[in-house]
Design a protein around this ligand. Structure first.
Ligand code: NDP
Length: 274
């Protein structure tokens, strides 16, 4: 059997890196993409084909997909994983940064989807796995832009799933909980830079402390947990439309569904302040 061809974005770190490894082990031909190509040297040594990609740069995205099609002739799986958390109060995050957060987490994924769809339609098969977050279902203070992008990705994925089904293409959302990657440090840097001083410093400081604490780090799941979930979403004959996995994801999404808005607010406020 010819190996399936996969493109994983954000493969230079964390969940993307673990997913590239997992898919490689499962026999896929894996293209790992990120801006920091040098950070994918170990993946390249293992056999992952590494590609320079800035998901906010259209030309870069077009080039990456064209390179794969020229080399492999098809694309069976797109894992839209590249992303980061732009934390800070709504009042203080500059709109330009809010827009950039959407450029990376939503428009970056959308552009790659547009580029792989003609290839997948011609094959009459393909799968798109969008890495959302439990933050695509629940909310925390200081995370409005991040949640905005992930809530957007959730609805976007649902609409897309219905559109592409007639072409034999499926769309799956993966909702990670707390995962030990570089994500937390980047989110804390944004948070403290934007809201570390001023009217929101109290909640920002508590949130930053919680995110950076050793106790929190010990609770986090390993990126391999999500890599395995992506692999399942990619290879199941009839995948679920969403998979929640990793620390806190299932219980928090459940609580969000059953609790009234203000009761959930109180729960999160207590968790942030403790
Ligand atoms: P990391 O920070 O470890 O990895 C993020 C990856 O995204 C890097 O490989 C980075 O590569 C890439 N990336 C960021 N910006 C761009 C860009 N403009 N163009 C291309 N690639 C980019 O975080 P995670 O592995 O944790 O994050 C992966 C996904 O999982 C994200 O979408 C995140 O929101 C989501 N998630 C993470 C959770 C967690 O607790 N860690 C929880 C829920 C969801 P480079 O900088 O080299 O381009």
């Amino acid at each position: 059997m010819t190996p399936k061809i996969a493109l994983v974005t954000g493969a230079s770190s964390g969940i993307g890196e673990a997913t590239a490894r997992e898919l490689l082990e499962r026999g896929y031909t894996v293209y790992g993409a990120a801006r920091r190509v040098e950070r994918m040297a170990e993946l390249a040594r293992l056999g992952v084909r590494t590609i320079a990609l800035d998901v906010t740069d259209e030309e870069s995205a077009e080039k990456a997909v064209a390179e794969i099609v020229a080399e492999a002739g098809r694309i069976d799986l797109l894992v839209n994983n590249a992303g980061y958390g732009s934390y800070g109060s709504v009042e203080e995050v500059p709109l330009q940064e809010g827009r950039y957060q959407f450029e990376v987490n939503v428009f970056g994924a959308a552009r790659l989807i547009q580029l792989v769809l003609p290839v997948m339609r011609a094959q009459r098969s393909g799968r798109i796995v969008n890495i959302s977050s439990m933050g695509g279902k629940i909310h925390t203070p200081m995370g409005a832009w991040y949640h905005g992008t992930k809530f957007a990705l959730e609805g976007f994925s649902d609409a897309l799933r219905m559109e592409v089904r007639p072409f034999g293409i499926d769309v799956v959302v993966v909702e990670p909980g707390g995962i030990a990657t570089e994500w937390g440090g980047i989110a804390v840097d944004h948070l403290l830079e934007v809201s570390g001083e001023g009217p929101y410093q109290d909640v920002a400081g508590k949130l930053a402390k919680g995110l950076s604490s050793g106790a929190n780090a010990r609770l986090m799941s390993k990126p391999s947990v999500i890599a395995k979930t992506v692999s399942k979403a990619a290879s199941s004959r009839r995948p679920r439309t969403r998979y929640a996995a990793g620390f806190g994801a299932k219980p928090l999404i459940f609580l969000r569904r059953v609790l009234p808005d203000r009761a959930f607010d109180a729960l999160i406020t207590r968790a942030v302040a403790s």
